[in-house]
Design a protein around this ligand. Structure first.
Ligand code: GLC
Length: 572
């Protein structure tokens, strides 16, 4: 009887992974941008019921954990990144009941859920801000308020300093009621919280507690680098960046005072203590992932040190920043090594190929190389973070100025919006070739559907023999293998165009990834590189759609044929 109970609990633990303290280290995370996945009420905006309906699809992809972009109550000036109440669900997305159903469906599928949390700012419609504007205690000090520097020749109040918003223009906004400026590092409607008030930290720790108690598996922390500003409030120096297109754009200044201040790490640590306390009392392993700083050494500090664990892993954007520009094997190697060489020993590496803030992978590197990038990222050691739509190689959608929704695009104006707008990577998910790509039964969508949806959609790729979707599924499957979870990692430049690596664990199925950066086909012999003593025969696990060798084919590792910009994953 006891044995039966024990076996049942082991089985439950392995199905749901609840007891695996390492679950987050090699998981595949799938970012859902809720407005754009699936609309079930016909208003042209995705909703929680739509996400719940899509869980079987995500399960079929083989991903492990969903990162949900914000669904909290919000006036949607920054599409949910302006939170008006951390404790409620926005009616655009649904109700508490819908959320509970989504969470239960996720858990029943053996998946996990991370919430996006935005500690740097709230919406200007948050009750704390409304009371702060009125000077009500204790909220008066919840936000960063500074007096005016005087009145200019036009009779306008002069802001405290030259700080700029990340979305262009002054980071200060005057409020008559309070006779002071407040700081907003993002839109005017996103006032910055002031962590110099201990009450703000305590409030935010309670937000973490609340969602942990709801049963979520952790958080993605938004914009951590911005949490603290230097207390002298001095002007920032000009960046003199020749690529910065306008003096009111964020890139015009060097952000010595608004980003990466020493206190950022203390505040993140205070968030981590909440997670650790929760873990200690429940035995459940919860995870924090975060945006990065921009500077590699500062990002690495998010991991913590020997005595303090802080963030389980800050995002590694080097594949976005560097693989996109890599024209040869050494460029790809550098993009991979950049992070791995800098990471403190024993920490969790991770790879991000795209998200809601960056142009789509397939548009940046081309459809062929996009899936080759996926082969690399999925098989590298560590966690993998995918943005919905990458599995079918969705591309950026052209958005006219009149259609532009993103505040960063709108603030840039009609001449510059295409450079700054994040709308192109946020358009509705492409399910099939029906109206609006199967995203909605309504008569419009909040952003237009990409015209390529007739070819680029889930249904077509499920029906095809070879497709990005099928490659993605194989890659997610490979990540569940012992060699990819725990095996050794050996990365080599095979020649100017081709890079390869192995993942090997004795006694297990091993993997070899070979990727071609050239725009022409290549044939390589990797025996001298990896198998000098005993040349081997390998089996194709997955390969580029137009690869001459395909899943199940046997190949000698002395003759590996690669499509232009293509890749193969072999087992041996
Ligand atoms: C993060 C989010 C971005 C948002 C900004 C302000 O960078 O990823 O979408 O606009 O923070 O919250």
């Amino acid at each position: 009887m006891f044995l039966k109970l024990f076996l049942a609990s082991v089985l439950a633990a392995s199905v749901f992974g609840q007891d695996d303290p390492n679950w987050y280290k090699t998981a595949t995370y799938y970012q859902v941008y809720p407005r754009s996945l699936k609309d079930t009420n016909g208003d042209g905006i995705g909703d929680l019921k739509g996400i719940t309906q899509s869980i079987p699809f995500m399960k079929s992809l083989g991903v492990d954990c969903i990162w949900l972009s914000p669904i909290y109550k919000s006036p949607m000036k920054d599409f949910g990144y302006d939170i008006a109440d951390f404790y409620s669900i926005d009616p655009i997305f649904g109700t508490w009941e819908d959320f509970e159903e989504l969470l239960a469906t996720i858990k029943a599928a053996g998946l996990r859920l991370l919430m996006d949390l935005i500690p740097n700012h709230t919406s200007n419609e948050h009750e704390w801000f409304i009371k702060s504007v009125q000077g009500q205690q204790p909220y008066a000090d919840y936000y960063v308020w500074k007096p005016s520097k005087g009145i200019d020749a036009n009779g306008s109040q002069i802001p405290p300093n030259n700080w700029l918003s990340a979305f262009a223009g002054s980071a200060w906004e005057w409020r008559e009621e309070r006779q002071m400026f407040y700081l907003h590092q993002f839109t005017v409607e996103q006032p910055d919280l002031d962590y110099r008030s201990p009450l703000v930290l305590a409030e935010m720790q309670n937000v973490f507690r609340f969602w942990l108690q709801k049963g979520v598996d952790g958080f993605r922390i938004d914009a951590p680098a911005h949490i603290w500003e230097h207390e002298d409030f001095l002007d920032e120096p000009p960046s003199n960046d020749p690529n910065c297109p306008a003096p009111d754009q964020f890139c015009a200044l060097n952000h010595t005072y608004v980003k990466d201040q020493e206190q950022v790490y203390d505040i993140l640590y205070a968030f981590r203590t909440v997670v650790d306390e929760f873990e200690a009392s429940t035995g459940e392993i919860k995870v924090l992932m975060s945006e990065a700083s921009g500077e590699l050494d500062l990002t690495m500090r998010y991991y913590g040190n020997e005595t303090h664990n802080i963030i389980h892993f800050p995002f590694n954007f080097y594949l976005i920043w560097e693989i996109s520009n890599a024209t040869d094997a050494r460029g790809v190697e550098a993009a991979i090594r950049h992070w791995l060489d800098a990471m403190p020993v024993g920490r969790t590496a991770n790879y991000v190929l795209g998200n809601h803030d960056n142009g789509r992978l397939a548009s940046r590197v081309g459809a062929d190389f996009a899936m080759t990038n996926q082969m690399i990222a999925f098989l590298l050691p560590g966690a993998m973070i995918s943005y919905m739509g990458e599995e079918i190689n969705m591309e950026n959608t052209f958005i006219t100025w009149a259609q532009t929704q993103d505040p960063q695009g709108c603030n840039a104006g009609p001449d510059l919006y295409q450079r700054f707008s994040r709308d192109p990577q946020r358009t509705p998910f492409q399910w099939d070739d029906s109206n609006f790509a199967g995203f909605t039964n309504g008569s419009n969508t909040w952003l237009p559907v990409n015209e390529n949806y007739l070819q680029v959609n889930v249904a077509a790729q499920q029906a095809a023999l070879y497709s990005p979707l099928k490659i993605y599924q194989r890659l997610a499957e490979a990540r569940k293998s012992a060699a990819v979870k725990n095996g050794s990692f050996d990365l080599r430049v095979v020649n100017d165009d081709v890079i390869a690596f192995t993942r090997v664990l004795t006694g297990e199925i091993n993997f070899l990834v070979v990727a071609n950066t050239a725009y022409e086909a290549r044939t390589v012999n990797v025996d001298a590189t990896f198998f000098p003593l005993l040349p081997i025969k390998a089996t194709v696990f997955t390969a580029s759609v137009d690869s001459p060798i395909q899943q199940g084919d046997s190949v000698f590792t002395s003759v590996i044929d690669l499509a232009p910009r293509g890749g193969v994953v072999l087992t041996f």
